[in-house]
Design a protein around this ligand. Structure first.
Ligand SMILES: O=C(O)CCCC[C@@H]1SC[C@@H]2NC(=O)N[C@@H]21
Ligand code: NA
Length: 608
């Protein structure tokens, strides 16, 4: 875009953006100077496990609602129609399963890092593999989250790209390092409100500028942008009800079930019931966030129908076009462009701060503490703060790498979750649902899952770049058919392996998850399946019990090869002493009176 056409900010816009950064730092400072003043890792990393479900639920949304969703989803709707909206169907199971399967198991083990589960259930090696995989996933994802808002802003307003990246990274490092998880959660709450406000402002002004709701609706229908339910079973079809509604469930489970950033929030809740409730409360807010970004895409479509702005923009990226649309709408309403920029950076900051804090937690808990068991609390807290800061620097470096990725940011983010998050989900499912799985099987399974996922991921980039260039955004009705035509002739031409590469990226999570489970079970049986008495109590979810709960007791016992063990503690009995395993002691949690009352008894039976 030539500088002459840059949309410029009024002073008040910069003031609003600066206020957002200042408010975030202020919250960080407040938690640095209040409470326990962040002197223990329990407070710095786990918020003293004292959080109420409301801030936890808003923080759960903010963690994986970054500028990628704020910009990438409207761009997706603008270019391809509302098929993506069906990912909302995946939120039902994608949140119910974490609430009733993953949270009960992980909460009762009283963990700090989700990957401690892997050591309790399997071995230290499996835990380290899980931790390193998570670190890789979040570092790459952080890079995309820092880069996206700065890139979009620079494309439209000439806003200094690396200045914005630096400002975001530094402010985030500051309040995360001084304020710990409490500051990260409460800034997430504040930033989520700013996110919704910014998107709402663009929608209200956009509809009003495009001639009202009926006019927008008419243009959207005319432009064939409301997609019906596409039940096409072809797995290489990018977005269908199946890839989004079913494939999306695995994506959600990898994020809201086993990702450390979310698990840490569940564990910071004061009781298990509060944690489960926070998971339920995510559902309406996530649906609202999805609706806002989809509607924004529709309004943008109605506004630019028939015109193609890629030449003014200097890039055919629909992502940048979203910012162009926003500035076009809000340009002469001083303060609103600043509000939207604040919304964009709130989305980025809330995700990056969650990433910093969770990365620091797992690095401290899984990679450092086991080697320095006698490390003092104050030193451990200091090292945790240093870790949060160093991850900030790594993130800035990763932002530069994102610069080279090129794909639409939404696709890049979802591919990262699929390729790396899917195998981690598979590892936890293998552990929780298959008592016979052993450590060798777990490591082999994770390796196979990551290998297959990377293979498809890289293969798809190679295939697509040789096959099709991204279609320029346009309102022509035939765009949809163009897209299908262009795409279908690639698919039809593709042979077996190439067709494999064309698998929709929405299936990566599910595909790699099953690869881990199947490989893990095969290797476990080949190397001698685990015996029931060797499985640590409380690390198995009685899946078979639950699935066959309609069967009579006797038949169920026969059918379910393993009856799950008593959880590490129960409301009645006094908690057993420290659980020793592999020479490491995991404090078995002494339930508080409130927690005892709130204990959600799963039907556990002692093994006969
Ligand atoms: O916004 C991002 O940073 C990542 C893109 C969205 C990630 C997934 S998609 C399903 C779920 N819904 C969200 O709003 N985020 C996650
Ligand atoms: Na966010």
């Amino acid at each position: 875009m030539n500088p002459a056409q840059y949309k410029h900010f009024a002073v008040v816009d910069y003031v609003i953006f600066a206020l957002l950064l200042a408010a975030s730092v202020a919250i960080g400072l407040y938690y640095a100077l209040s409470g326990g003043r962040q002197r223990t890792t329990q407070e710095f990393l786990m918020a003293d496990r004292s959080m109420h479900c409301l801030p936890v639920s808003l923080s759960l949304i903010a963690s994986f609602q970054s500028a990628v969703a704020i910009i990438g989803v409207p761009a997706e709707i603008y270019a391809h129609g509302t098929q993506y909206w069906f990912i909302g169907c995946a939120y039902i199971l994608g949140l119910l399963i974490p609430a009733h399967v993953f949270i009960p198991v992980l909460y009762r083990l009283h963990l700090t890092s989700a990957y401690q589960y892997l050591e309790l259930r399997f071995s230290k090696t499996v835990r380290i593999c899980g931790t390193l995989t998570f670190i890789f996933q979040m570092v790459v994802y952080m890079g995309v989250c820092v880069y996206t808002p700065a890139f979009a802003l620079n494309a439209v307003t000439g806003f200094e790209l690396w200045g914005a990246v630096l400002a975001t990274g530094l402010v985030c490092m500051l309040y995360t390092t001084i304020g710990g998880l409490k500051a990260v959660i409460w800034t997430d709450v504040f930033q989520t409100v700013v996110m919704f406000a910014g998107q709402l402002a663009v929608i209200v002004v956009g509809v009003q500028r495009t001639g009202g709701v009926s006019e927008v609706w008419r243009k959207v229908l005319e432009g064939n942008r409301i997609s019906g339910v596409d039940l096409n079973p072809d797995p290489t079809e990018r977005h269908t009800f199946w890839t989004l509604g079913v494939g999306g469930v695995f994506l959600m489970l990898s994020l809201y079930g086993v990702n450390q950033a979310q698990v840490q929030r569940y564990l910071s809740a004061r009781t298990e019931r509060q944690a489960v409730r926070s998971c339920y409360m995510v559902f309406p807010s996530l649906q609202l966030a999805l609706a806002l970004s989809c509607i924004m895409g529709l309004v943008m479509f109605a506004r630019y129908c028939g015109e193609d702005r890629s030449e003014q923009l200097g890039s055919s990226s629909t992502d940048a076009m979203v910012l162009y649309f926003v500035m076009d709408m809000l340009q002469d309403l001083p303060g609103l462009p600043g509000l939207f920029v604040a919304c964009l950076f709130s989305a980025a900051l809330s995700t990056i701060s969650s990433a910093f804090n969770s990365l620091a937690t797992v690095t401290m808990e899984d990679l450092i503490k086991p080697h320095f068991p006698s490390m003092s609390e104050s030193r451990a807290t200091l090292v945790s703060k240093a870790l949060a800061m160093s991850y900030g620097l790594i993130c800035l470096a990763m932002a530069y790498l994102t610069h080279l990725m090129g794909d639409s940011v939404l696709q890049v983010a979802l591919k990262i979750f699929g390729v790396v998050g899917g195998p981690i989900l598979g590892l936890f499912c293998l552990g929780m649902f298959f008592p016979c799985a052993n450590s060798t099987g777990a490591v082999a399974g994770l390796g196979a899952g990551l290998g297959v996922a990377f293979w498809i991921g890289v293969g798809s980039i190679v295939t697509r770049s040789s096959g099709s260039e991204p279609l320029p955004p346009s309102c022509r009705v035939i765009l949809a058919s163009d897209n299908t035509t262009a795409f279908s002739n690639i698919t039809s031409r593709a042979s077996g392996l190439k067709r494999f590469y064309l698998l929709s990226y929405m299936w990566y999570s599910g595909f790699s998850c099953f690869t881990v489970i199947i490989t893990g079970l095969i290797i476990s049986f080949l190397t001698g399946p685990m015996k029931e008495e060797d499985v640590t109590p409380g690390t198995i979810y009685p899946l078979s019990e639950k699935l066959f709960c309609f069967l009579p007791e006797g038949m169920r016992k026969k059918l379910c090869c393993v009856t799950p063990q008593r959880p590490p503690f129960s409301a009645q009995s006094a908690p057993p002493p420290h659980k020793e395993r592999n020479g490491l002691s995991f404090p078995q949690h002494k339930p508080s009176q409130e927690e005892t009352d709130e204990f959600l008894p799963l039907e556990y039976e002692t093994s006969v």
